[in-house]
Write a protein that binds this ligand. Structure first.
Ligand code: ZN
Length: 476
């Protein structure tokens, strides 16, 4: 039997680690803070990558690749950028047995190296917009790490675009934020809040940072993707100008946006349960597992039936035929549940005799006997229903754990108690934001898009006039 998974109610973070390790999604590496993504975990990332990649291409982007080593001096060109990233840089000082003339930084993000190249590639308005995405690994030295959610090296994509006007850059920033929102909701079945970050939470070097935020089952928020309007900061740092249609010379406008393997962690935390992984069908490497149940005398007959069913389902679905003869049906059911396969089909001798199969949903555990001829259609319907049910369940959870609170005592009671998103009036001052974070560990996750100042409300901390309605939470 599989090792026991710690129940969520006993210890949520141990539950998370148990699921990741026992479902064999990832493992610890010999280097502290790094992780090994195992085939089952990587298969989920591959599904995410191909869905996102198609969405990026539909919105006009092309993939390219830039080196992972960046001259240290490049990072210093943008003051906020270097200040933000310095504490987490890994620096190469030796190469080929010699001390390097200039140390090289392992990319924590690629704005600087990409903008050094954009200087060569952009001369005129005809070269714009330039819409490039890169799938890569990055390194940010982390002291406290957690599989998938925060690791020193992680995989991600980073989009870097160049535009002729401020308006175009802003449009692109929001377009990609909405691509991320759509991906989170339609593929991951993860409802997210899309909004803008406060000044203190924005990306180092950005004019504005936008993000999508989800709520995990322990009522902590998780930032699932960011999109930055970089203004002309990097164009100025790398002196990237272009000749305008009118013949003038101007600095280029920029955006960058990214999501990472952290999304795999978000996926696990949003849907999984005490039996293991629960995956939305849209991102499940295996959508259906067929589990034949037989004794020696019924083996041939049941296997033949199961093989025919598998061949039929494989025309439209990713199907696995479980041919494990060593373990009991109970063990094999538990194994399929641990791995998060959305739909299990059980076939036994009695089912063969009655020409039926039993469909079992991973999300609800519900069992449905159906005539085997109807299995492909019913399976397709159920998979769609599972996808929708997971989204609905997560949305209801978020609604139940979102509170509007105007006073600080009430705010603290919720943040220190059940947690979740708390929507509160805020003056907009960095001092209040910092004090709230210091006292409660809650941060402003986002300010709503298209928001206006809340009328007649005062800041929950200082009591001055509120200029913002901020969404707070403790976060990963
Ligand atoms: Zn205040």
């Amino acid at each position: 039997m599989a090792e026991r998974i710690t129940p969520r109610a006993d210890n949520y973070s141990q539950w998370y680690v148990d699921v990741v390790l026992q479902a064999r999604l990832a493992d610890y590496s010999p280097v502290k803070g790094c992780m090994v993504i195992r085939p089952r975990g990587f298969a989920i990332w591959e599904k995410m990558r191909s869905a996102l990649d198609a969405m990026f291409k539909e919105t006009g982007h092309q993939n390219a690749y830039f080196p992972m080593l960046i001259p240290e001096s490049f990072l210093r060109r943008e003051a906020e950028h270097v200040e933000g990233f310095s504490p987490e840089l890994a620096v190469v000082t030796h190469g080929g047995g010699e001390v390097l003339e200039e140390p090289l930084v392992i990319r924590p993000t690629s704005e600087t190296i990409i903008w050094s190249m954009y200087k060569k590639w952009i001369q005129s308005y005809r070269d714009l917009p330039l819409l490039i995405n890169q799938w890569a690994n990055v390194v940010r030295w982390e002291k406290r790490t957690r599989l998938f959610l925060r690791t020193t090296e992680f995989l991600w994509q980073e989009g870097h675009t160049a535009h002729a006007t401020r308006e175009e850059a802003q449009e692109e920033t929001l377009r990609m934020l909405m691509v991320y929102k759509k991906f989170a909701e339609e593929y991951m079945a993860l409802p997210v809040l899309a909004g803008i970050k406060s000044e203190s939470e924005k990306f180092a070097g950005a004019v504005e940072t936008y993000a999508i935020e989800g709520l995990m089952q322990d009522c902590r928020a998780l930032q699932a993707g960011t999109s930055h309007n970089l203004g002309q900061n990097f164009a100025k740092a790398f002196d990237v100008t272009f000749q305008t249609r009118e013949g003038g010379l101007e600095h280029v406008w920029a955006t960058s946006w990214g999501v990472s393997t952290r999304l795999v962690g978000a996926l696990i935390m949003t849907h999984s349960d005490d039996k293991g992984l629960v995956l939305p069908p849209a991102l499940a490497p295996t959508e259906i597992v067929i589990v034949p149940i037989f004794k020696t005398e019924t083996r041939a007959q049941v296997m033949e039936f199961a093989r025919r069913l598998a061949a039929q389902l494989r025309e439209t679905r990713s199907v696995e035929l479980d041919d494990d003869e060593q373990n009991s049906p109970g063990y094999r059911f538990a194994e399929a549940e641990l791995r998060g396969v959305p739909l299990r089909i059980e076939v036994g001798p009695r089912d063969v005799a009655q020409d039926q199969v039993v469909l079992v949903r991973r999300d609800t555990g519900e069992k449905l006997p159906v005539p085997s001829g109807e299995a492909p259609d019913r399976a397709a319907e159920l998979l769609q229903d599972i996808q929708q049910n997971l989204y609905r369940r997560a949305l209801e959870f978020r609604k139940a754990h979102t509170h509007a609170v105007d006073d600080y005592e009430g705010f603290k009671r919720i943040i220190e108690g059940e947690g979740g998103f708390v929507e509160s009036p805020w003056c907009g001052g960095t001092a209040c934001e910092a004090k709230i974070k210091d006292e409660t560990k809650a941060t402003i996750r986002v300010l709503a898009l298209g928001r206006s100042a809340p009328e007649g409300k005062s800041c929950l901390l200082c009591g001055e006039k509120a200029n913002e309605l901020a969404i707070f939470a403790k976060a990963y």
